[in-house]
Structure formats: structure tokens, C-alpha cells
Ligand binder design. Structure first.
Ligand code: ADP
Length: 357
């Protein structure tokens, strides 16, 4: 078990800095997901923790021990990659047993661990096979089995599910989470998939362009995103936004939209100067589509998914989506009145993207 501490960690390749001073404390036993768009520096940060990439500056400790100069072996971490480097000439069993064999553990000790891992990963019937006789998903599970039996202090996962088909990905997501609940080890998990982050993490670290945008529990970030980047990154379909100018009259505050329309703003302690550029955000599932008063939207597209229906149209020139669980008889061309519940309206400073209030 190991806590991980990063202080002012940065990474430079030649003249280009790609990770800009990361401060992050991960508790012993915590499952932390680093999420962000491709190229934001997640893998580089992870590889610095693993010891596969030199740390250009800052301090890394694992289990209270300074780790900057330690080799990967000295760090007692196990890493699972998107590409699973299996030994082609070794059976599934021998691939999983590779670490214990190198360490000269007696087979009587590691065999039960391998059998348990194989069972958990649905590989029990495949232990005698060679990797070439497995599907991509099965190979990935062998790679995970290899990491599991090492019983490391720290698990590092770098997009481990990216090569799997959608159904298997959902299943493995649950299995990795269950595995963590059983082993209670520290996990750092990298993904660009916000659903994976939301569903698996104890805490999410949202990264963008080599920096941390926000750290928090999944629902904290979902309910109170600190800025426009986090607000738009988490959630699918994504949060709806519209830009406008802050105005106040006798009825209260309003957002004046570019197309001449306006949206009444909730009575909150948020305030801005008249004319200030504000972006309003609201999630699709928080919009009421059959309100008696609110914002009028002409419906352009209807998408039934089965469980719910997405209703698309334009507000102030931006495409919006409202999600309803009713099998509504809404048709394209129809005008619907949307209510934006005050407690679900997010306001951001358009200029710097920061949350107001
Ligand atoms: P992510 O994992 O978030 O997709 P990476 O950590 O792989 O992002 O990459 C972050 C940035 O660092 C990218 O702009 C990438 O091009 C750059 N980068 C990664 N590895 C190297 C390298 N060996 N040399 C130069 N630039 C690199």
C-alpha cells in the first residue's frame, strides 16, 4: 500500500514543457483517475510515476519515500498499458506467472493467486493457450492478471480498456472497480473517457494542456465544475452553454443573448457588472421540457435512446440538448418551453472561464 505525493512536478522534452507543475496528493488505497483530452500530459505524468520517464523537476514520493531517482523495479508499481506486451511463446499461465517466477517465488505460493486472478478475469479456461489464440480483450485481461499477481503497492493503468469493444469495456470497468474494492490498493488510472472517470474514480483529476483544471469526487465535479473546461468535459451529452450579457432590471437579473432573446437568471448571490460577458450552462437532464414558462426552443432533432429521449434545438445560436425520460410526443418543428431549474444553472465568466459564485 502506498500514498503518492507529487509536488511541482514538471516535464520538459528539449525546449518544450508538456507538464507544468503538478501538485497532487493521493491517499493510500485511493482510486484516482487522471482524465483529459488526448495530448494533455496524462501518460507523461503516469510514466514519471512509474519511473519510465525522467522527472524534469519537482518531487515525487511513493509510500513516503522520495522516488525521483528510483528505477521502475525499486518503486514496486505494476503498470497495465493499452498495448499488452505478452510473451508470444508463453502460455497464459506462464505470462501471468512471469513476475513471480523472476522473483523465484515457489509455485505453491503464486499458483493460487494466478488461479484467483484468472477466475476473476474470466481466463480460467484459457490458461494453457498461447496469446495468439486469444482475442484482443482476452489478451488485455492477461496483462491485467500479470499486474494483479505481482500484488504491487501501486497500480498504474494507462488507458487499459481502449482496445476493447464497448460491452467488454463496461464489464471490465466494473471488474477493475470490484478488484480495487477487494485489494484496496492505490490506483492511478489514466483515461480520456469521462464515463470511465466518473464511474470508477474515488477522485478525478481533470487535466488540460499539462495542468490540473480541477480535483474532486466525481459528483462534486459534475455538480460544481470550477470552470468551463471541466463543465464541458464531464457529462454526455455534454452541458449546454449559451453566452450573453449580464443585465439587471426591476424583475431581476437576465442574460441578454446575441439573437436578441434573453434568459431570466435565478436569484442567487452571483452578481456581475451590467454588460459583463457571462456563459450560462445547464445539463440536458436538468432541463424541464414541458414547462409553462421559460426559454422557448424550436425542436430540430429528436433522438430516442430507449431509456430517454434527447431533444435538440437552438438557444441564442448554440445547439442545446434537453433529455427527458418521458416518451414525449415531441416532433421536429414544434416549439417547446424549457425551464432551467435555478439550482442547476451554472454561470461562468466567459473571459476566463471561471465559475461565478
Ligand atoms: P496524453 O496521455 O494526455 O494523451 P501525453 O502525455 O502522451 O498525453 O503527451 C503530452 C504531450 O507531450 C503531447 O503534446 C505529446 O506530443 C508530448 N510528448 C509525449 N512524449 C514525447 C516525447 N518523447 N518527446 C516530445 N514530446 C512528447
Amino acid at each position: 500500500m502506498a500514498a503518492v505525493q507529487m509536488s511541482g512536478i514538471f516535464k520538459r522534452y528539449g525546449d518544450t514543457q508538456v507538464v507544468h507543475g503538478i501538485d497532487l496528493s493521493i491517499d493510500d488505497g485511493e482510486f484516482v483517475v487522471l482524465v483529459g483530452p488526448s495530448g494533455c500530459g496524462k501518460s507523461t505524468l503516469m510514466r514519471m510515476v512509474a519511473g519510465l520517464e525522467e522527472i524534469s523537476g519537482g518531487e515525487l514520493t511513493i509510500g513516503g519515500k522520495r522516488a525521483n531517482g528510483l528505477s521502475p523495479q525499486q518503486r514496486n508499481v505494476s503498470m497495465v498499458f493499452q498495448s499488452y506486451a505478452l510473451y508470444p511463446h508463453l502460455s497464459v499461465f506462464e505470462n501471468i506467472a512471469f513476475g513471480p517466477r523472476i522473483r523465484k517465488e515457489p509455485a505453491t505460493r503464486f499458483k493460487p493467486r494466478i488461479e484467483a486472478a484468472a477466475k476473476m478475469l474470466n481466463l480460467s479456461g484459457y490458461l494453457d493457450r498461447l496469446p495468439r489464440a486469444l482475442s484482443g480483450g482476452q489478451r488485455q485481461r492477461v496483462a491485467m492478471g500479470r499486474a494483479v499477481v505481482r500484488e504491487p503497492e501501486l497500480f498504474l493503468f494507462d488507458e487499459p480498456l481502449s482496445n476493447l469493444d464497448a460491452k467488454l469495456r463496461v464489464q471490465m470497468r466494473t471488474e477493475i472497480k470490484a478488484l480495487h474494492q477487494r485489494l484496496k490498493n492505490t490506483v492511478i488510472y489514466v483515461t480520456h473517457d469521462q464515463i470511465e472517470a466518473m464511474t470508477m474514480a474515488d477522485r478525478i483529476v481533470v487535466m488540460n494542456a499539462g495542468r490540473i483544471e480541477q480535483i474532486g469526487r466525481p459528483l462534486e465535479l459534475y455538480d460544481r465544475p470550477a470552470n468551463l473546461f471541466v463543465a464541458s468535459f464531464l457529462g454526455s451529452p455534454s452541458m449546454n452553454f449559451v453566452e450573453g450579457e449580464w443585465q439587471r432590471d426591476a424583475q431581476g437579473a437576465r442574460l441578454l443573448l446575441a439573437d436578441g432573446g434573453s434568459i431570466a437568471l435565478p436569484q442567487t448571490n452571483v452578481s456581475a457588472a451590467p454588460g459583463a460577458k457571462i456563459t450560462l450552462g445547464v445539463r440536458p437532464e436538468h432541463i424541464e421540457t414541458r414547462a409553462s414558462e421559460g426559454v422557448v426552443m424550436e425542436v430540430e432533432v429528436i433522438e430516442p435512446t430507449g431509456a430517454e429521449t434527447h431533444v435538440y434545438g437552438k438557444i441564442g445560436g448554440s445547439t442545446w440538448c434537453a433529455t427527458t425520460r418521458q416518451r414525449a410526443s415531441i416532433e421536429p418543428g414544434q416549439r417547446v418551453t424549457l425551464r432551467l431549474p435555478a439550482e442547476h444553472v451554472h454561470l461562468f465568466d466567459t473571459g476566463n472561464g471561471q465559475r461565478l459564485g
